[in-house]
Design a protein around this ligand. Structure first.
Ligand code: G4P
Length: 530
């Protein structure tokens, strides 16, 4: 195998998804710790400590001590080169969180063992399903009192609609969390102590060994034997193909805080995931080991360096090798460019890199030319990767400038911020840009918008919340929207590209629209392919 192929084959690029507080940050820290990327757990982001979250670029993040944007962490472990795509963990996440999943080849879903599947996880999971990427489940916080593991599996299956296959099985929980049973090795890994930050002291034994009662206790021994018998008889069989197609999720139990079960999880996870996958484009699938470079922009981050008002475009490399200062072709802009200052974003540090490979994520300097979903490739190639869908905003507000003399700045500011993908803007058909409807996935984006318009564009705005909660794209190409029969609490709008959409205040009014307009096609995601 050439060293080029080897570089690609060892790459694993995944996102970690969870509801806030399930333990995503703690697990990420532990994974970095095993990879030697950090020396001490707790140094990545201590939400309540002086150190701020990974991406600290925007003032608003500093003020609130939260991470508004997502970033990327790279480390090496056991011969693999791992890219973790971090998604913001707070309640108010943005569309960026969804888009980040477009750049990942698989996802790790962290679930709190005392809570089961929570709302944010459901939303993120939907996006994973859309892409059919493999999803691995880590049921965390087993060192606290947990729900029954059978209940938790049932919860994942019924709420998320994916089959589960427990790879290990917990022995007790809370103070009585004794360890896990590895189902393929048929071994009990009993934890005895967490020796500081990294190593976990454990003993390995088997269900029929004579010392089991001594190690985990007679009661747990009996319970485990019964549960394993039940699982072996009734559960879904492990099927790697099903896992790789995103139809079956392998489930691991553990405790990120105490490290119990983290390293076995990482091992097995890496074994089951694949190298960077081929990506669909308008000329077919693009293989990662193609002899040309290609990638797409999945996120644009403004003002990382306030002094320069620069923007960074985050790009997922889909094929070939990237070199610093290489000439590339920006397909949507129809322009040749030189990619200077490529950056790798690792925690708070931004490092200039010399080379990167398919599967990696790089940050490139953006003088304001890129849009979300744009393709960049070697000169001589010309194709577009399938677009990143537009995700449905859930909160809406009417926005206009206070001072009508600032009209130009208002339009420029709001359009640029929308181009970065932080917000979506809509208008009533035929209306001008004096007043726009802004849609966001999390309400924090409203604060970010107001802050940025004031600070970067010198525009004060008036923002008035709207009662809508749902938005649907009209999928019918040929439709006269004026003829639609809609309930009075629904509103017909257009995006800047002229696509027709409808705002609804409730599920009830979506159903009403559907019943009164039998041919109407309502879509939950906007398609960005031209
Ligand atoms: P998030 O990124 O998903 O939002 O969760 P995060 O890792 O920040 O964890 C949320 C809280 O849960 C933290 O406590 C963290 O220490 C705790 N936690 C994470 N994993 C485990 C686990 O396996 N067992 C137990 N018992 N707790 C866990 P906190 O008090 O809210 O924050 P902090 O003061 O510890 O930072």
């Amino acid at each position: 195998m050439s060293s080029f192929e080897n570089e690609i084959n060892k790459r694993r690029t995944f996102a970690i998804i969870s509801h806030p507080d399930a333990g995503k940050t703690t697990l990420t820290e532990k994974l970095l710790l095993y990879g030697g990327a950090i020396n001490l757990a707790g140094s990545v982001k201590g939400k309540k400590t002086a150190k701020h979250a990974v991406s600290d670029w925007m003032e608003i993040e500093k003020q609130r001590g939260i991470s508004v944007t997502s970033s990327v962490l790279q480390f090496k472990y056991d011969g693999y080169c791992i890219n973790i795509l971090d998604t913001p963990g707070h309640q108010d996440f943005s569309e960026d969180t969804y888009r980040t999943l477009m750049a990942a080849d698989s996802a790790v879903m962290v679930i709190d063992a005392s809570k089961g599947v929570e709302n944010q996880t459901k939303k993120l999971f939907k996006v994973c399903l859309l892409r059919h990427i493999p999803i691995f489940t880590f049921i965390n916080k087993m060192d606290r009192d947990a729900r029954s593991p059978f209940d938790l599996l049932e919860d994942i299956e019924s709420v998320l609609g994916i089959n589960t296959c427990p790879m290990n099985w917990p022995i007790g929980s809370g103070k009585e969390f004794k360890g896990v049973y590895d189902r393929s090795k048929k071994e009990i890994l009993a934890f005895t102590a967490n020796n500081g930050q990294r190593t976990v002291e454990s003993v390995t034994t088997r269900l029929d060994d004579s010392n089991v009662d001594e190690i985990i206790g007679k009661g747990f021994h009996q319970q485990l034997s019964d549960e394993i018998e039940l699982l072996d008889g009734a559960g879904d069989d492990f099927d790697l193909e099903e896992v790789r197609n995103g139809r079956l999720t392998p489930v691991f139990f553990g405790s990120a805080l105490t490290n119990f079960g983290v390293e076995p999880f990482l091992h097995e996870f890496l074994n089951m995931t694949t190298k960077p996958s081929a990506r669909e484009s308008d000329i077919g699938r693009i293989a990662p080991d193609s002899d040309f470079f290609s990638g797409f922009v999945f996120k644009i981050q403004a003002n990382m360096n306030k002094a320069h008002r620069d923007r960074i475009a985050f790009m997922r490399i889909c094929s070939g090798r990237f070199e610093k200062n290489m000439d590339v072709y920006h397909v949507q802009g129809d322009k040749k460019l030189k990619l200077s200052q490529p950056q790798q974003i690792m925690a708070q540090e931004r490092e200039i890199i010399d080379e990167a490979f398919a599967g990696d994520i790089i940050g490139i300097f953006d003088p304001g030319i890129y849009s979300i979903g744009d393709t960049v490739c070697s000169p001589g190639e010309k194709f577009k990767f399938h677009g990143i869908p537009t995700f449905a905003p859930e909160h809406f507000a009417l926005v206009r400038q206070k001072d009508t003399m600032k009209r130009k700045q208002f339009i420029k500011g709001i359009s640029q911020i929308a181009q970065e993908g932080a917000i979506q803007i809509f208008q009533e058909p035929g209306a001008g840009m004096e007043e726009v409807i802004v849609g966001v996935v999390g309400t924090l984006q409203f604060d970010v918008l107001k802050y940025r318009l004031e600070n970067e564009y010198g525009v004060d705005i008036i923002m008035q919340g709207l009662p809508y909660q749902f938005i649907r794209w009209i999928g019918n190409e040929e439709i006269d929207c004026k003829t639609l029969d809609l309930a009075s609490d629904s509103k017909l709008i257009q995006d800047l590209k002229g696509n027709n959409l409808i705002l609804f205040t409730s599920f009830w009014s979506i159903n009403w629209a559907q019943e009164h307009n039998k041919d109407l096609i309502l879509l939950e995601f906007g398609n960005n392919d031209e």
